[in-house]
Design a protein around this ligand. Sequence first.
Ligand code: SAH
Ligand code: SF4
Ligand code: F3S
Length: 462
Amino acid sequence: MIQKVTDAEIQKQKDISARIKELNNGKKLTACVVTLGCVQNENDSERIRGMLTEMGYEMCNNSKTADVVIFNTCAVRENAELKVFGFLGALKNIKKERPEMLIGICGCMIQQNHIVERIKSRYKHVDMIFGTHSLHRFPQIMYSALQKRVIDVEDTDGYVAENISHVRGSNVIATVSVMYGCNNFCSYCIVPYVRGRERSRTHEDILAECEGLAAQGYKEITLVGQNVNSYGKDCGEIDFADLLHLVSEIEGIERIRFVSVHPKDITDKLIAEMASNPKICKQLHVPLQSGSTKVLGDMNRKYSKEQYLALIDKIRTAMPGLAISTDIIVGFPTETNEDFEDTLDVVKKVGYDMVYNFIYSKRKGTPAAKMDFVLSKEEIKSNFDRLVETQAEILHEKNMKLQDAVVEVLVEGKSRTDDTMLTGRTTENKVVNFSGSPEKIGEIVNVKITKAATWALTGEII
Ligand code: SAH
Ligand code: SF4
Ligand code: F3S
């Protein structure tokens, strides 16, 4: 049974936000929310910004000068955690000078006891510590923190909370959560422990959010969840393929993407829906993790190298032009050099459009944390470098074919690095920077690629 936060509880939180706004008494106050995690974390950050806006705070990007700073953390690898402690350390002196500043830390890291203990004892200048399941109570947490330090970490399978407004980072593209949590328990991964069990939003709530976005002029929606193809298993008739279809019927929404899908859950029905629905982008992220059947077994991934390759074949037969991306972990404890060769083999056979590669990071409390390493750190690093190189060659070859090609790009905004350029993505999810008038933002335009390089595509609107 999905635990939905009641409308009355959400209303209570909105009333508290209004009360905080009153107490702030028209003062011009700013808030900065820093996201350190994945797309789901960013989606949560949008809701935190929504709540802060209702409390009367103005959003800013400067964690040193803001009146409220919130770090929304990630626990998936150790370096993400170390970064947070760096940020917190740097704020110690600022907090001494401005004791009225409020510092909060939330998100996936906080669902781990040892982290909460460490922050409580060593980072006494942090005012709010709250976990992923406490997000909808944020106004209450802020209200209490205005008086004294708050710690709110709940051990639960998790909730679904509706009607919390978002402050979004774009007027063109948006993410919509369709399900939360994960039931897969891959042996290396902390996510199921910090995000709780799989729970789907109702399709009515999802469609209402998407329709609202369409009415505001959004053109592209990315449906997000740890394993979106599990959508609906816990709540009824509508499965993920049906949901995609329903979203595609919304007028004004021109493009739909989604992340992530577990290979074991890519159904024929999903492939058929993707192949026949012109609004669904020609892109699919199919996390491999390892190309070795033995390592995949140790990872609890529930597919073999051969099954994965057969799945890719099936997908490519149905959709020849589809761009495929993946996630790969190098240096899983039981991985040998031969196992790694299997991974390289899959990378070459599939010819990915993008590979996100990670060096295995030991996560306390996961089954893999107890396994002994076969390879040394140096061997793992050298394998990692080989993977990066192999993928760079594949990408180079693919991108060179785009020289002088004309591609359809949804214009998302001005380029972050060059104000005079626009930026957007092709249906295959390739980022293109190009010259053109800002009036085109929000439109799908034809762009001629004038300079194709391994890591960047540049062009001009034609
Ligand atoms: N649910 C999604 C994403 C999970 S986290 C999925 O299954 O695709 C994103 C990626 O981080 C994973 O795909 C995996 O490649 C990587 N990852 C997860 N745990 C890790 C760990 N302990 N060490 C290194 N990389 C990890
Ligand atoms: Fe982690 Fe596996 Fe769940 Fe992805 S599917 S979030 S890798 S446990
Ligand atoms: Fe995402 Fe990191 Fe949490 S990957 S779900 S923010 S642990």
